[in-house]
Design a protein around this ligand. Structure first.
Ligand code: SP5
Ligand code: ZN
Length: 316
């Protein structure tokens, strides 16, 4: 397996988030990716690559000009140590911006696109993109849920010029941004298993009745499970998701890989064990598709390294 990593993510280091109007520590920290990197470095079968630089034109095609400029401006106006949650181009209160946010979010896109390019070139049949900030809550003109640009979406869109692409989103939360970006497209399938939005973030989207629009009708599939549902229930939902992917006959698979379904995740949790993530990974391998793993959420720092290892070892 090939792994794409760029230390530029370290420049985005949010300290607080608002929870019921109260400042609480942000779970989306640089050590998430650093601990995964450190742990994967112990595996000898991996190749490592730094991202190439993609132009704004190539990297930001899915996002609107006003949003792009707003984020660039807001980030550059802040000085070191300052942090702010803006009130425009955002769908919640969970996207704190600092001076390094633009560079980090932009580098995450480079990382995802480099992964997609490597997959196209046939460098490896599976590529793991160690990116943050995450992406699946970012839509065409909004940030939110710790996300600024949609990394998996950009990679899927890039791959879609060369074949049919399925996005399988296994982050605990519904990828409302990814859903929005592909909602009216039939060349990219979006399938997500996530916690019930009736009581879990992002609340506004992710219901099973959302199945796509226009040409995209039938190419968006939401599978809802409950918080702490456990492996028995989750594995059935996962099988259903894989069936939808198989039926679509994709040429490429992009996995929005969240580890926040892990049983000890501090803000989420489906009750899944590290071994369960191994089972997920070997089922993905059985699809036999060129696969791009794009890191999304996952906040149990002590377990992230082992979770990533479990994914890699079962997919290599
Ligand atoms: C990429 C990703 O996983 N984003 C998740 C964003 C969810 N943020 C909102 C969750 C709010 C829960 N905060 C609980 C804090 C308790 N002190
Ligand atoms: Zn999540």
């Amino acid at each position: 397996m090939l792994v794409i990593y760029d230390p530029t993510h370290l420049l985005h280091n949010p300290t607080t988030e608002l929870y019921d109007g109260v400042a609480t520590p942000s779970p989306e920290t640089p050590d998430r990716i650093e601990t995964i990197k450190k742990s994967l470095e112990e595996l000898l079968q991996l190749c490592w690559k730094n991202p190439d630089n993609f132009s704004d034109e190539e990297a930001l095609t899915l996002h609107s000009k006003p949003y792009i400029e707003y984020l660039r401006e807001s980030s550059s106006r802040l000085v070191k140590g300052q942090e702010c949650v803006t009130s425009n181009f955002i769908h919640d209160t969970y996207a704190p911006i600092s001076n390094g946010t633009w560079a980090a979010a932009r580098s995450a896109l480079n990382t995802a696109l480099t992964g997609a390019q490597s997959l196209l070139q046939g460098d490896d049949n599976a590529v793991y993109v160690l990116c943050r900030p995450p992406g699946h809550h970012a839509g065409d003109a909004y940030m939110g849920g710790y996300c600024f640009f949609n990394n998996a979406g950009a990679a899927a869109n890039y791959l879609s010029a060369h074949g049919r692409v399925a996005i399988l989103d296994i982050d605990y939360h519904h990828g409302n941004g990814t859903q929005q970006l592909f909602y009216e497209r039939s060349d990219v399938l979006y399938v997500s298993i996530h916690a019930n939005p009736a009581n879990q973030y992002p609340y506004t989207n992710g219901f099973e009745a959302e199945t796509g629009l226009g040409k995209g009708l039938g190419f968006n599939k939401n599978i809802v499970v409950e918080k702490y549902c456990g492996w028995d229930i989750y594995s059935h939902a996962f099988t259903e998701a894989l069936e939808a992917v198989t039926q679509f006959k994709p040429d490429y698979l992009v996995v929005s890989l969240g580890f926040d379904g892990y049983k000890d995740d501090p803000i989420a949790g489906f009750g899944l064990s590290i071994e369960n993530f191994g089972q997920i990974s070997s089922e993905i391998k059985k699809l036999g598709l060129p696969t791009l793993l794009v890191q999304e959420g996952g906040y149990c720092i002590e377990a992230l390294g082992d979770l990533a290892k479990e994914i890699v070892e079962n997919l290599s």
